[in-house]
Structures are given as C-alpha cells and as structure tokens.
Unconditional design. Structure first.
Length: 471
C-alpha cells in the first residue's frame, strides 16, 4: 500500500539517477556520494538470510545534520526511496536496499558530543559504535548497559532503529529504556526534537519511544540523548550443567521466582554446546543437555552465585562451577560468546530466530524447537537470554541445497508460530524488517496493523522512508 505511493526507480533509469546524483552533490561533498556499482553493491543488505535486496541508485555518507536534511529534501522532491543504514549487522533485512533507492549510511556521523556525569547522560551521533560509547563513558565511572552481541561493530543508530537488546537485559533492560531524547530528520527534511535531557519528563505523546524500533521508517535519527548508570562492579559468573533442557529452564524459573537479579542469565542447548566443543575444543562434557550461565555484578557476587548454585542443584544440575575471579568468569563466558560462530560452522549458513516467550514457557519453547528440528531433519541450536525468555533458535543449513533451504525457511516460520502459541512475540530484539513482515500482521492483528500504518502515513505521507519494511 505504501509502496504504491512512490514510483520505484529502475537501476537502468539513468536520467533520473543523473538528476538525483546532481542534486545530492549540490549539498554534499563529492566523496560523500558513491555511485560506482561495485561499491554501492556492498551496501545492499544486512546479515539476514532469505531477505531480498534491491540495487541502490546511490549511497550517501553524510557527516552533518544539514547534509542529512539535504538528502531528505532531495529524495522528497524526486519521490525517491531512502534506506537508512548503520553498520548493517542486523538480522531481519531492515537495512536492505530497494531498487533505485538512496542508501543513507550514517556511519560517518560518529561523534560522542557530550558525556555528563552529573545528569548521567551521553549525547551521541548515530554512527557511534556501541563498544566505543561503553568504553568512553566507563572512563567517567559510568555505564551504558545495552550490549548487543555485535557491540564491537554495531552503531547506536542501528541499535535505536531495531530496539536492540543484549546479554544484560535481564537486569538492565533494552535500548528503549536508555533513549531519553532524539533529534530526527523527517521525510521532508524538517528537523524535529523529541524527549528530554532530564531525569523525568511526560510532556505530550512519547514520540521518542515511537522512533525506537521503527527501523528507519518514520525518520532519520541524527542525534540521541542516552541515559547512563553508575558503573557496576565486575561480574562473577557461574556455569551449571543439566541433563535436560527442562531442568535448566526449571532452574531459570527458580532463580527469578526467588527474587534474584542476575546481570546475565544465559542458556545453551546440547546442539550449541556440541558445536562450541567442535569449534574450540572447550572440553564441555558431551553428556551436557543444557548449560546455564548466571552472573552477578553486585557488591557480594560470590554469595549471590552460591544462592543461585543451590537453586540449580535443586533443579537437577549435574555440576555447578562458580568462578573465583573475573578472569575465570571470562573463560566461562567464552562458550556463550562462541555460540553463533560455532553454529554457523556446522553448515556454513544460519537463520537466527528471535522469539521471546514468557519465562514460565521457556521449557516448552525448547522442547518445541527440538520437535521442529526432527520434523525438518535439520540442525537447530538454541541459545537464549533465558532471564527474559528471549530465545535464538539458530537453523543451520546448506544454502546450496534448495531442498534444505526450503526446509530451513519452513522450520523458521514454524518456530515463530510456536512462539506466538506460547504467548510470546516474533521478535525480542532483532526487529521485523523484511524477514518477519507477514508475522507482524499475525501478531498485532488487523486493527493494530491499521493503526501502525496510520502512524507511518502521518510521518511519511509519500512512503519514501525504508519502504517495504515492517508491513
């Protein structure tokens, strides 16, 4: 419906492309406008599988807010679609190009503009790397909690666009909880500010939250005010091995029901444990059906680990290994950090699902994934942010085998259906993008979809901002 309001540009439409490039160069330096097809092709897609991508007409890399405004005014004048991008580490196709579009890469807008220890905020441009921000605020005794697994590469703008999560969400929450205010360039080039710098603020609709997770479909984030916390003590980690995934999930429920607040509570199923062993020879017992990792960054982490260890044993843990120091904790976390790399090595290609279910249904989710893997004759490993019920069933397949690729896609859809059946959501932190468009409609229903489209219409009446994503 939205795509019908714009006239998609064919890659062969050289006259239009020439006009577009010429107008862009009126407000951008030559080095910020890329037209070589071999170069622009590298910006066509993110890291998601099974997501179609088009051929961009041009890639622009602005460095200032004014340059972003110029891009959007030009795109509006010519009715050309614009696809905003960060580091393209996303897993839903949200950053994939459409034919004839302007790819608006914000990676050059990478300045940390302010770190304020009194107000506990940082003001940043969208191209700032997550890890760079974390290290910078750490020098002031502060902490920016959201930590996606790609934090050494992903950008704050991308994190905001997809409402990213991470390993520490069980205690500290997700990106949306740290975005206090935004400067946003709208589709027609106007600049709008939302939110605040203050600890409190309830003036009007919460437009800041509306932009978080909107995947660049409502406006271009060019500046963000982010909330910070005092830097916590270094965390200590515990590893607990279980003879069944159900027992590990029971331990998760016991930990949360007991009022404990771990800084990390992660689960790896037997398929993932085996893949990590095969890749890195970490010596994890082959009999392990599930590995649970818990961490605390409190003032007395050893006592917290002891309490959680007792709960794991009560749930049936076959072995509980608490770390004595930070170095040992890092060793225990290596298996979790290697999970996705190890699963990718199984067949060469993976589809990473992102279904979040209530913690109380976590065991049913893992058991259901096992049945789906058997049904489709596939290797599917599960790693999970168990503390918040966010599972990442990872389908391993041979992309060169058409039948196996078909089965991989069908199993992926069946996993999402299972998540909804268990009272969950199709995405906890990766977003909808292209990959899950039809599933968004199923989750929110026709009335919800109508309202979301109305919001899109209000902000982007011509439908030029990241068309074809979300719905």
């Amino acid at each position: 419906m939205i795509m019908s309001r714009i006239e998609a540009r064919s890659p062969e439409d050289t006259e239009t492309t020439g006009d577009l490039v010429g107008l862009l160069l009126d407000g951008l330096p030559a080095e910020a406008v890329l037209t070589d097809s071999d170069v622009t092709a590298a910006y066509a897609n993110d890291m998601a599988s099974f997501c179609p991508a088009g051929t961009p007409a041009v890639v622009v890399l602005p460095r200032t807010v004014e340059q972003v405004q110029h891009v959007m005014r030009t795109a509006t004048a010519l009715r050309v679609p614009v696809v905003p991008q960060g580091a393209r580490t996303g897993l839903s196709g949200a950053a994939n190009a459409s034919d004839g579009c302007v790819v608006l890469s914000l990676t050059k807008m990478d300045r940390i503009l302010e770190i304020n220890p009194v107000d506990r905020i940082a003001v940043v441009e969208p191209g700032v790397i997550n890890a760079a921000l974390s290290r910078a605020v750490g020098e002031h005794g502060l902490y920016y909690p959201p930590d996606p697994s790609s934090w050494e590469m992903c950008t704050i703008g991308g994190n905001i666009g997809t409402a990213s999560g991470g390993l520490c969400c069980v205690k500290y929450g997700v990106t949306a909880e740290y975005v206090l205010g935004l400067d946003v360039v709208l589709a027609d080039g106007r600049l709008m500010s939302t939110g605040r710098r203050t600890a409190k603020g309830v003036a009007g609709y919460d437009l800041t939250r509306l932009f978080v997770g909107s995947e660049g479909s409502l406006g271009i984030v060019v500046r963000a005010v982010l909330g910070l916390r005092p830097k916590p003590p270094e965390q200590l980690v515990l590893a607990a091995e279980f003879s069944s995934a159900a027992a590990a999930c029971d331990a998760v429920c016991r930990v949360m029901e007991g009022g404990h607040v771990p800084s990390l509570l992660e689960l790896m199923d037997r398929t993932t444990v085996k893949a990590v062993n095969d890749l890195a020879q970490m010596g994890l017992p082959e009999s392990t059906e599930a590995l649970l990792l818990a961490a605390f960054d409190t003032t007395a982490p050893a006592a917290d680990l002891a309490a959680v260890g007792a709960l794991c044993e009560a749930a049936g843990a076959t072995q509980v290994v608490p770390a004595d120091d930070v170095a040992e904790s890092e060793l225990l976390l290596q298996a979790r950090r290697l999970s996705l790399t190890a699963l990718e090595a199984v067949k060469g290609v993976t589809m990473i699902d992102d279904v979040c279910v209530p913690r109380s249904r976590l065991a049913e989710m893992l058991e259901g994934v096992d049945r789906i893997a058997e049904k489709y004759r596939l290797t599917i490993g599960v790693v999970a942010h168990a503390g918040d019920g966010n599972t990442h069933p990872t389908v391993c397949f041979d992309a060169a085998d058409p039948d196996e690729s078909r089965r991989a896609r069908e199993s992926f859809d069946e996993i999402m259906a299972l998540g909804l059946e268990l009272g969950g959501t199709i995405t906890g932190e990766h977003g909808v993008g292209v990959l899950k468009k039809e599933w968004l409609a199923r989750e929110i229903g026709p009335v919800g979809l109508e309202m979301q489209r109305a919001v899109k219409q209000a902000f982007d009446p011509l439908g030029i901002l990241n068309p074809g994503k979300l719905f």
